[in-house]
Write a new protein. Structure first.
Lengths: 168, 328
């Protein structure tokens, strides 16, 4: 009786530990999106009709949005689901949530998706031997203009000859 | 020496609740014991240490010379009790000097772990966030700057002499450049360890090359021997902003270094031996840095080995670095 209870306890412990080791938490995009849910505004039928013929710049709150991903793609509904804007859709017409947006990216960027799945590409937080928190593609790359933005570098080390290091 | 330590421990335990009695007992023991050169000195030291702990002595300026430090043994020869005393002394000195209470630890090397670092050169954008994070995490004074150097290199060259570390960047990455961050490579066949005349630096079981700052004599041979310019010397007493100090410190890693010793990157062992990622990795905005246990087949570094072509710097020197570069 006692041994059985003990066995059960350790087996559950083992299960939990094995589960914890293999757990990689993927970032939830829905929580990070500013205007989510989209259907908050995009509800009316006529508005959806307007959205069909889009010209940049878009109306507020998407006025800052520019599209520099693929020169041939002009249609928002290549990725966004026209019928339910809270979701995205793949080329095979299956609907996915914004949390699974990496599936959408992987349709073209298969090699990067593989690397990302192995933890080679992209940022990861957490612990190297335990639980990891993995960022998705869109937390670093804006899907509408995915090239990584240029940023300001932190100050340079001091040059031994010229104080302040005035180069260039 | 060991005989004395053995006899000292149970006595201390017994007298723990009566501090005055303990002091007396120690004093008596010191007077009654047959006088040997070594035990005489250590007994006196033990007395002064317990006296300082028992009675609240008004804070004095920490002097550059302390008997405790002078007679301190090599890190590998310290007994657990001696380690405890040493850590208490360091914490006390830091408190006196900088007014900050530190949590000084000594996490041991993890079993079955060999740390390796991989860096994706096609992703690094030269933003120097790692450089800043490193300086903050490891309490590095401004004179040294950081353990990481980011070299701005012209595309098409792997010769570090063609690059510069003094680039200014309002917007990086610049056209026609790539960025090569260099830090300690934690070599398996490290020249810096070979040249040290006092064995103040060694490779730990998990692959981290560390320095015992209290054993280092400051000869700078290792700085001359290192082909990666990974070692840095404290020419003067480090100037540290006490209010900004990282108080989570480790003996072999980011504690405040004295004047005249070498220091280097330790893969943030105060973090990594507790399971965290190094500070430079967490600061990297592009995710170019990858760290983990090379023996674990599911780790990122192991996967990089399987799927990418990795290379090391100055391979011809046969230093066997554990810091790998790849183009992702």
């Amino acid at each position: 009786m006692k041994i059985g209870a003990l066995l059960l306890f350790f087996s559950t412990l083992l299960c939990v530990s094995v589960f914890a080791e293999s757990t990689i938490e993927i970032e939830k995009r829905v929580l990070a999106m500013k205007n989510f849910p989209c259907m908050k505004c995009h509800t009316q039928k006529d508005q959806l009709q307007v959205l069909k013929k889009m010209t940049f710049p878009l109306n507020k709150p998407h006025s800052e949005l520019t599209f520099k991903h693929m020169p041939t793609v002009k249609n928002c509904y290549t990725c966004h689901n026209k019928d339910n804007l809270n979701t995205l859709h793949l080329f095979n017409k299956s609907t996915i949530s914004f949390d699974q947006s990496y599936q959408l990216c992987s349709q073209c960027h298969g090699e990067k998706k593989r690397d990302w799945g192995l933890g080679i590409h992209g940022r990861q937080m957490g612990s190297w031997n335990e639980k990891k928190f993995r960022f998705t593609c869109v937390s670093c790359h804006d899907p509408h203009r995915p090239k990584f933005k240029q940023m300001r570098a932190d100050p340079a080390p001091q040059h031994p000859n010229r104080k302040g290091g005035h180069h260039e | 020496m060991s005989e004395q330590n053995d006899s000292k421990d149970p006595e201390q335990n017994a007298a723990h609740d009566k501090r005055q009695g303990r002091f007396q007992a120690l004093a008596e023991k010191a007077l009654n014991a047959p006088i040997k050169r070594r035990s005489f000195l250590t007994n006196i030291l033990g007395m002064t240490a317990t006296a300082a702990a028992a009675t609240v002595v008004p804070v004095k300026k920490a002097s550059a010379f302390s008997f405790e430090k002078f007679f301190q043994k090599h890190y590998k020869e310290l007994t657990p009790q001696q380690k405890k005393d040493v850590f208490a002394r360091i914490a006390r000195e830091t408190k006196q000097e900088y007014g900050r209470a530190i949590n000084l630890q000594d996490p041991p090397a993890l079993k079955g772990v060999k740390f390796a670092y991989c860096l994706d050169l096609s992703t690094c954008n030269g933003s120097r966030k790692c450089v800043t994070a490193c300086a903050q995490e490891n309490n590095i004074p401004a004179e040294i700057g950081s353990y990481i150097k980011v070299i701005e290199m012209p595309i098409g060259s792997l010769n570090p002499e063609k690059g510069t570390i003094f680039y200014q960047g309002k917007s990086v990455p610049k056209d026609g450049k790539y960025y090569l961050p260099v830090q300690c490579n934690h070599c398996d066949n490290a020249p810096c360890i070979k040249v040290c005349p006092v064995e103040a630096t060694w490779k730990e079981a998990d692959g981290i090359v560390v320095v015992d700052y209290d054993w280092c004599i400051g000869c700078r041979y290792c700085q001359a021997a290192c082909p990666y310019e990974a070692r840095h010397f404290n020419f003067k007493k480090p100037t540290i902003d006490a209010s900004n100090m990282n108080t989570q410190q480790a003996y072999l890693s980011n504690r405040v270094r004295p004047k005249g010793v070498m220091e280097k990157c330790t893969f943030c062992l105060q973090r990594t031996r507790k399971g965290q990622y190094p500070a430079c990795l967490e600061a990297c905005p592009t995710g170019a840095r990858k760290f983990g246990n090379i023996l674990d087949k599911d780790s990122e570094v192991n996967q990089i080995f399987r799927n990418k072509r990795v290379f090391v710097l100055k391979e011809e020197l046969n230093t066997m670095p554990q810091f790998f570069y790849y183009f992702g």
